[in-house]
Ligand binder design. Structure first.
Ligand code: AP5
Length: 214
């Protein structure tokens, strides 16, 4: 499958993407995960991106497109991909359209996860993420807790809060989403690719996506 997941911070894009990778070998490509790994490894990209991320702002489009052009050309994308957190601006969506044309590929569906704001705020303040860059399993102290001593169930690394999970950064991320990313809903509606899903159950969302791509 080749899909784009849209949705506010905390809407569940990462959770749904991880569940979908078990379905048909498609790879999850999360720009957030790629950037957090770069920050952790203190690469040039990481040093450039860190400030934007901690403030809850978007990283410049040019940096993101350089990452995505390289990533989408990797052989493991041949089976399909689930874009989690990309595109996030109209210029990114337009650049993705051009890039896919060059690669002779098409997106099957763009899924908008439509989750109420109060649910999002609750999820973001209770999320924990595995700190191992090769794992990054997503937990939630209410709905999917890590081990009682706060470790990842899969790999045993500490499950921690992200650097952008302060109240200030969460508020800014939601503002940025409303301003820069919600216009993509209309963009993809006009392209005839949009499917909006308002279920709060990740399993239900996954089954609706499977039906949509058949
Ligand atoms: P990114 O990592 O993409 O963050 P985000 O979009 O803010 O999304 P999140 O990862 O916070 O949430 P999610 O929707 O994946 O929800 P999750 O599944 O974790 O980006 C971070 C930063 O990087 C950006 O702010 C920006 O600076 C930069 N960046 C990234 N991409 C960029 C781009 N393209 N352009 C420019 N800058 C970019 O779920 C949240 C919680 O809810 C978890 O605890 C989970 O367990 C729980 N949960 C999920 N689903 C359910 C459910 N159904 N029921 C109960 N709990 C649930």
């Amino acid at each position: 499958m080749r899909i784009v997941l849209l949705g506010a911070p905390g809407a569940g894009k990462g959770t749904v993407a991880k569940l979908l990778t078990d379905y048909d070998g498609s790879v999850q490509i999360s720009t957030g995960d790629i950037l957090r790994n770069a920050v952790k490894a203190k690469t040039k990209l990481g040093l450039e991106a860190q400030g934007y991320m901690e403030r809850g702002e978007l990283v410049p489009d040019k940096l993101i497109m350089d990452i995505m052009e390289a990533r989408l050309r990797e052989p493991d994308c041949g089976e399909g991909f689930i874009l989690d957190g990309f595109p996030r601006t109209i210029p990114q969506a337009e650049a993705l359209r051009e890039l896919l044309k060059k690669l002779s590929l098409k997106v099957d569906v763009v899924v908008n996860l439509d989750v109420p704001k109060e649910v999002i705020l609750d999820r973001l303040t209770t999320r924990r993420t595995c700190s191992n860059p090769d794992c990054q399993e997503i937990y939630n102290i209410k709905s999917k807790p890590p081990t009682p001593d706060g470790k990842c169930i899969k790999c045993g690394s500490p499950a921690v809060q992200r650097a952008d999970e302060t109240v200030e950064a969460i508020t800014k991320r939601l503002e940025t989403y409303n301003e820069k990313t919600t216009p993509l809903i209309d963009f993809y509606r006009k392209e005839g690719l949009l499917k909006s899903i308002s279920s709060l159950s990740s399993e239900e969302i996954v089954s609706q996506i499977k039906v949509a791509i058949k």
